[in-house]
Design a protein around this ligand. Sequence first.
Ligand code: ATP
Ligand code: MG
Length: 459
Amino acid sequence: MVPCNCALVDFFRQGFFFGKNVKRVLGGIKMKYQRPKGTTDIIPGESERWQSVESRARKLFNKYRYNEIRTPIFENFEVFSRTSGETSDIVTKEMYDFFDKGERHITLRPEGTAGVVRAYVENKLYGPEIQKPFKTFYMGPMFRYERPQAGRLREFHQIGVEAFGVDNPALDVEVMSMAVELLRSFGLKNLKLAINTLGDIESRNNYRNALVEYLEPFEEQLSADSKERLHKNPLRVLDSKDQNDQKIVEGAPDILDYLTPAAQEHFTNVKMLLDTLEIPYEIDSNMVRGLDYYNHTIFEIMSDSKAFGGKWTTVCAGGRYNGLVEQLGGPETPGIGFGLGVERLLLVLEAEGISLVGDSGLDVYVVGIGDKTLAGTMKLVHEIRQAGYSAERDYLERKPKGQFKAASRLDAKYTLTVGEEELISGKANLKDMGTGKEIVINLTDVQSNFDKVLENFNS
Ligand code: ATP
Ligand code: MG
């Protein structure tokens, strides 16, 4: 027998583990079951807005021939640590990583691209039989240990695309145009597409040297993070959120002056193709992006919505990552993609007064009169649903008046009222709740031809 403090065990059994109430008093402290900090519940009423964004994205991606990929929500730690960059915010501060029971180092994915690239390599999606570019999209939760605030969560959601196997600037512009089209399709106007290039390895090395030379005299004034990054990964300093760092960086040399002719040509073509599609953009030569794997074209789509206090905030970001596939063990393969933050998009849409709720109202509420209608109303509701319409009924044995009230609360378009008599005669009253118009219908028609019933009603 294991010795135990029975009073304590009893307390936990009754009061804590097996308690019915969510709140319990434990030693004077009120314990609450709350969602973890930085997470949200997307409850009915809100989830419709999510579905609306997701379905619009799916339709758009389909037009551009991107198909969905679903990769695990957790991956081996190295998938992210090797790709995001050892000095990136994600790897240094934001990883949700742990050792599982088999001592494997696991990370909840902080972003989508690395996992998709891992899957691309593992499933040999570069094979000769696979059409190039290989185009795919994903949507789902991402995890970063951040300080939660508006538009910054610990569990958040991204919708993203990746395209592999082609270095053509037309693909860079296709990806950007898709992101812009998606955001514009919601009716968003105040958007800014900021672009830059990080060039190829040679451009980047040349620039890196020039940047270090410029930053070194400011070394003592830089933030602790930037000081550390100055020699490990100086481009990261350009991405610093520290205000003083940002001031110093303003005078830094411009990457655009260090591009090799090939990198220059790629960027020139990207700009030319954006002009061809009449997509406005701004060049921000200080933009570097938070992840190390980017090269050539990088971009952000920003909004100055009041959702973020009028400050330009990035909703969607992406770029080219030639070399990433090789880093994860695949053949040399170019790639480009973007990730869009769903929470941030929804915040902007809300602040701009853009409603996403479509016509998800109720078609028919079947009102049952008397307790003999249990099976009859059940059957009618079932038949209406089979006919492709939404239907509801009473489950609380309410009087007809209460049921009509429920129908209006649910914004039902029609009510169909049946008592015992109607079930015997096979005829019942269908009422348009908006206009008040009523007709008598044959109940057999509900099953066989409900479309026709409504057509006749409205003619
Ligand atoms: P930031 O500079 O705002 O931290 P980031 O560079 O870390 O952004 P990316 O890794 O490029 O962001 O992710 C793409 C998009 O995902 C962002 O533009 C944003 O919309 C969204 N996003 C990133 N981190 C979060 C978060 N913690 N909560 C909510 N959305 C996020
Ligand atoms: Mg970040």
